[in-house]
Design a protein around this ligand. Structure first.
Ligand code: ING
Length: 316
């Protein structure tokens, strides 16, 4: 009898600068209840789910940004209702937020996601490692993408946890563009990867068809799930946030690479799949039997070299 887990992706529509944490939490609780009504036991919320995607704005004062957008504690009084409702309904969840923390006497800021068990316990924490964008102000640009200014590179590594009778790992947004991140999770036995994202529809650097960005998002999700034989749940915060559009297309992808469910709007929306966690067994036993087929002795450049360098062979 294979293991099944009803998984929901709870997509959040826009959060504006004027939205409060309490209003965001109310919407998250409503999504949780809708997912519960669909029978979901594990709900994946987006990246930075309590506030607007603030890295699109330059703030001279980090103190101001800290007070507006970061969680000094999780949960806090404003976000506690989500944690209470999930525990009451017996639902585990993934949620992303901006973490403000004091460690070794210093202040640190991370783009963080947590895994909370159906009994309300904190099971795992992940701090985003691949930070896109820039740290300097680009006043000429239509919008900023200042994750390198507002967050430090995550310092907890890529990890998995025993979670609701599965092995679950976490990633955040830009991580989905780097195959190494998924492979490190898969090498630890990941069966489910949960990933929240906030992805602008417009390209900051050059005119790129918005449809092409969605195409990239969808092919990455399908290939990463298949090549690592894992379930992959990618949940968007999306829509027009104070006029800045981010795309939806939240997806739940099976280890076979097939999209099992996809959102249809850029608003609050829940999609749900009764996931067969053992669906990957055949793939892991044959095509993606890592121990039988991988050849790490030929992969050292992946770890040793950061940027690409032209180093052609000297002969045949
Ligand atoms: N957002 C975007 C993402 O990786 C981005 C940033 C978009 C980078 C497109 C490069 C190209 O989906 C976050 N929050 O990482």
């Amino acid at each position: 009898m294979s293991r099944h887990l009803k998984i929901a992706s709870a997509q959040l529509g826009p959060l504006h600068l004027s939205d409060t944490r309490s209003s965001a939490t109310k919407r998250l609780v409503n999504l949780l209840r809708e997912a519960h009504g669909m029978g979901a036991k594990f709900v994946v919320f987006p990246e930075l789910a309590f506030t607007t995607f603030f890295p699109r704005y330059w703030y001279d004062s980090q103190t101001e940004a800290d007070s507006k957008f970061y969680e000094a504690s999780i949960p806090s009084a404003e976000t506690q209702p989500l944690f209470d409702e999930a525990k009451k309904l017996g639902i585990g969840f993934y949620i992303g937020y901006a973490e403000l923390t004091q460690e070794e006497g210093r202040t640190h800021r991370f783009n963080t996601a947590i895994l909370v068990g159906p009994d309300g316990t904190l099971v795992g924490k992940y701090r985003k490692i691949h930070l896109p964008g820039h740290a300097e102000h680009k006043p000429q640009a239509a919008f900023q993408h200042l994750e390198k200014k507002y967050f430090e590179v995550g310092n907890l590594g890529f990890r998995v946890w025993r979670f609701m009778d599965t092995i679950t790992g976490m990633l955040i947004c830009n991580d989905r563009r780097w195959p190494e991140a998924f492979r490190v999770l898969a090498l630890q036995g990941a069966e489910i990867v949960a990933l929240g994202f906030n992805t602008p529809s417009e390209n900051l650097h050059y005119p790129e068809p918005p449809a092409l960005r969605v195409h990239h998002h969808l092919i990455m999700a399908q290939s990463m799930a298949f090549q690592n034989a894992t379930w992959l749940v990618e949940t968007a915060k999306c829509g027009f946030e104070d006029g800045n559009r981010m795309f939806g297309h939240s997806v739940i992808v099976a280890p076979t690479g097939e999209i099992a469910a996809q959102s249809l709007t850029e608003e609050d929306e829940v999609i749900c799949v009764n996931a067969d966690i053992d669906l990957a067994a055949n793939l892991k036993r044959t095509m993606f039997d890592f121990a039988a087929h991988r050849r790490p002795e030929h992969y050292q450049l992946i770890v040793e070299r950061v940027g690409a360098e032209v180093t052609p062979a000297k002969g045949p």
